[in-house]
Design a binder for this molecule. Structure first.
Ligand code: DAH
Length: 335
């Protein structure tokens, strides 16, 4: 009996393992484990054994049956997987895959970068998690300046802030390079603003900086006029309005003429005929000295502008939130 068990075990394991098709495996399972299979036959032969021999033989047979059942499952599983792979119906129509698209903010940022690249500027980047030093102190921001208020700035422990502007990138670039410097720095900025149709606590800016010997306000005006005309069209009018920024002196806000009412005055330009685009000015000598540049030798200009504002004008978007909702029906328009 025990000899028969050993033979059948070997034979069964071999046949199950060597099965090349699902049918082979099923046939082997049936041959050994089927209702009239070889294992069942051995159980039948128990009758021929003496009462003393039966318990031991019965246990051995049960063990063998369990082992072979597991081996049969394993053999069948191999083919089940192959069967799934083959069950693809190639006559069904294909599934549509949707084309991805660049986000309008990405498109506008790249467009702005392209325009400045052609004028010899390179892209620089800085951290969004910034220190109070780079975000305010190094930019000559006095302790009393309202932009430092906790109501405007998102402060973090240990002297960190979420940067409120891309201007700190100017400092980082100047600290690590010598003039001539010509960079633009796009990126996210954060302010403690209540979200509404034109405000978001996170938005994007582009910073520009040019420092060299003999750089003047005329260079600033010429460059920004060329930039805004490349962006909005050659007949765009650009206006520089005196203003104050801690890091520039003199400083100016930059407006372009309102495209929506052709300068006549409408809701979008609040009746002024002009749309405010950003700030600019001649880099304050204190800032240059602070990074170790000789402010007697070098001069420079800088500007900053909001990217959302540009995207909203270019694409006629009237609510800033549509830029962050991630609604594919909206985003699809910009493929
Ligand atoms: N950082 C300013 C802001 O967020 C914008 C700005 C103004 C940047 C003048 C400049 C500049 O580089 O020269 O409002």
């Amino acid at each position: 009996m025990i000899e028969a068990l050993t033979d059948i075990r070997e034979q069964a394991l071999r046949e199950l393992q060597e099965a090349k098709t699902l049918q082979d495996a099923e046939a082997a399972k049936y041959k050994f484990l089927g209702r009239k299979g070889l294992i069942a036959g051995l159980f039948g032969r128990m009758r021929d054994l003496s009462v003393e021999e039966r318990p031991e033989a019965g246990q051995a047979l049960n063990r063998l049956r369990t082992e072979l059942e597991a081996a049969a499952e394993a053999a069948l599983a191999k083919f089940a997987r192959k069967k799934d792979a083959l069950s693809i119906d190639t006559t069904l129509p294909g599934r549509m895959s949707h084309l991805g698209a660049l986000h309008p903010l990405t498109l506008v940022t790249r467009h702005i970068i392209d325009i400045f690249r052609q004028m010899g500027f390179r892209v620089a980047r800085g951290p969004e998690l910034e220190t109070v030093y780079y975000n305010f102190d190094a930019l000559n921001t006095p302790p009393w300046h309202p932009s430092r208020d906790e109501t405007d700035t998102l402060y973090l422990p240990n002297g960190f802030v979420l940067r409120t502007e891309t201007s700190p990138v100017q400092i980082r670039v100047m600290e690590s390079t010598q003039p001539p410097v010509r960079i633009i720095a796009p990126g996210r900025v954060y302010r403690r603003d209540k979200p509404d149709a034109t405000h978001s606590p996170m938005f994007h800016q582009v910073e520009g900086l040019y420092v060299d010997v003999g750089v003047t306000m005329a260079d600033l005006k010429g460059t920004l006029i060329a930039f805004y005309r490349a962006l909005f069209g050659q007949d765009t009018a650009v206006r520089f309005r005196p203003h104050f920024f801690p890091f520039t002196e003199p400083s100016a806000e930059v407006d372009v003429n309102c495209f929506f009412c052709a300068g006549k005055g409408c809701r979008i330009c609040k009746g002024t005929g002009w749309i405010e685009m950003g700030g600019s000015g001649m880099v304050d000598p204190n800032v240059l000295d602070g990074v170790g540049y000789d402010s007697e030798k070098y001069t420079g200009w800088a500007f900053g502008l909001g990217i959302e504002r540009v995207a909203m004008i270019l694409y006629g978007i009237d609510n800033i939130r549509t830029l962050y909702d991630g609604d594919v029906r909206f985003l699809k328009q910009y493929i």
